[in-house]
Design a protein around this ligand. Structure first.
Ligand code: S3P
Length: 448
């Protein structure tokens, strides 16, 4: 959580027998961050169940407490948030330390930007490298001031918000739910309407949750793949009960492991099926994955389903760039899966991967090559030549403080000829603290 590095903990995955059984991955990270933030912004008690208790989300919770929310853990995944309400936040005395969390820090910049308070934002070495201008630019248009920033608009950042943010119409320069959400959260306190236009639709959890808390918001199609979202400022936000559905980005590792390890047959329970999050599922089905979607139902305002996943013989595919927002965090594990498929997989339009927790485009290609998989980058595309059911393995993968790199290559090691070692497992705790026990429950083996 702080930017002083803790010692690296290498972890090795070795080939295992068939994965069997049922598992329920943890709550969705995006929704969990938003649960704390909307709890802070409404007056009264918000109750959350199924919250992801990963370091990223806990850092957002701590930041909300620094702004005045009273936060209490009632039991596993069950939390109570007593909010301060819109326009009534306290100025934090200490730095808001978001650790590794891009989403928490960027959404909170939106909250602070729309309030008359000043806050310092910081995080670990990974967060300090991530571009924040994309968030600060619209906030400055709304009247916030960036008092201090590291080179290139990076953390540490001292942001002075405004109690009267200007309602703006903003077109996001890249399809990013984080930019969209920061503008909408700042716009909550504006007198008037804030509009965000995105040319590719990104995840819509902020819009759904704001509406659920009583804000007046419209979202309409814009162009071929985009949305235009308009929010009425100064709503009365009413605290609600939030049930957090299973994170498809975490479920992805279990699904991939079952597809790759011979003889596997598992059920992943309660996976969120929001169409803006299921791009990986679409792609895996195109590759020939044996995934049955069972018992579609609603949980906490989202459609969820149980997925029966069996070992499959997969074929390489061309993944269109337009699908990127619906699977932006899943390309790493898809690249690993593609390493076992028959033929070429081409993943198009991955420029945003360069500015995630690490440069995921370069790091994924390097990890594949280190494990004997033919992979290369062409412009912003990643091309992987699969081993038709096999993958050499045997490599040491540099994880660059990136949880998803660690988990993706550990999954590779469960099915590759030789073990795969990741240089540091510690970041897994940011998004999927129960990764190791859940995988072990299905039959996977990791060696420290
Ligand atoms: C997130 C949005 C995505 C995603 C991140 C979570 C969110 O980032 O990569 O892990 O919760 O809004 P971008 O919207 O910047 O692509």
């Amino acid at each position: 959580m702080s930017h002083s590095a803790s010692p690296a903990k290498p972890l090795t995955a070795t080939a295992c027998g068939p994965l069997r059984g049922k598992a329920r991955p943890p709550g969705d990270k995006s929704i969990s961050h938003r649960a704390f933030l909307l709890g802070l912004l409404s007056v009264g008690e918000t109750r959350v169940s199924g919250l992801l208790e990963g370091e990223d989300v806990l850092n957002t919770g701590r930041a909300c407490a620094q702004l005045g929310a009273k936060i209490e853990r009632l039991g596993e995944g069950s939390w109570s948030i007593q909010g301060m309400g819109l326009g009534s936040l306290l100025e934090p005395r200490e730095t808001l330390d978001f650790g590794n969390a891009g989403t928490g820090s960027r959404l909170m910049m939106g909250v602070v930007g729309g309030h008359g308070i000043t806050a310092r934002f910081d995080g670990d070495a990974s967060l300090r490298k991530r571009p924040m201008r994309r968030i600060l630019d619209p906030l400055v248009l709304m009247g916030a001031q960036v008092l201090e920033q590291a080179e290139g608009g990076r953390c540490p950042i001292l942001l002075k918000g405004t109690s009267e943010p200007a309602p703006i119409e903003y077109r996001t320069p890249v399809a990013s739910a984080q930019i969209k959400s920061a503008v909408l959260l700042a716009g909550l306190n504006a007198l008037g309407r804030t509009t965000v236009i995105e040319s590719e639709a990104s995840r819509d959890h902020t819009e759904k949750m704001l509406t659920y808390f009583g804000a007046s918001l419209t979202s309409e199609p814009f162009g071929a793949h985009g949305r235009k979202i308009t929010l009425e400022g100064r709503p009365e936000l009413t605290p609600r009960k939030i049930v957090v559905p299973v994170d498809p980005s975490s479920a992805a590792f279990l699904i991939a492991a079952a597809l790759l390890v011979k003889g596997s047959d598992i059920v992943v329970e309660g996976m969120m099926m929001n169409p803006l999050r299921t791009g990986l599922l679409t792609t895996l089905l195109e590759m020939g994955a044996r995934i049955d979607i069972l018992d579609r139902r609603e949980e906490g305002g989202e459609e969820v389903a149980d997925l029966r996943v069996r070992h499959s013989e997969l074929t390489g595919v061309d993944v269109p760039a337009a699908r990127a927002p619906a699977m932006i965090d899943e390309y790493l594990i898809l690249a690993v899966v593609a390493g076992f498929a028959r033929g070429l997989t081409r993943m198009n339009g991955l420029q945003e991967l360069r500015v995630k927790e690490s440069d995921r485009l370069a790091a994924t290609a390097a990890g594949l090559v280190a494990n004997g998989v033919a992979a290369h980058i062409e412009g912003d595309d990643l091309i992987v030549e699969g081993g038709a059911g096999a993958c050499p393995g045997g490599g040491l993968v540099a994880t660059h403080l990136d949880h998803r790199l660690a988990m993706s290559f550990l999954v590779m090691g469960l099915a590759s000829d030789k073990p795969v070692t990741v240089d540091d497992e510690t970041m897994i705790a940011t998004s999927f603290p129960t990764f190791k026990p859940l995988m072990a429950q299905l039959g996977a083996e990791f060696v420290a």
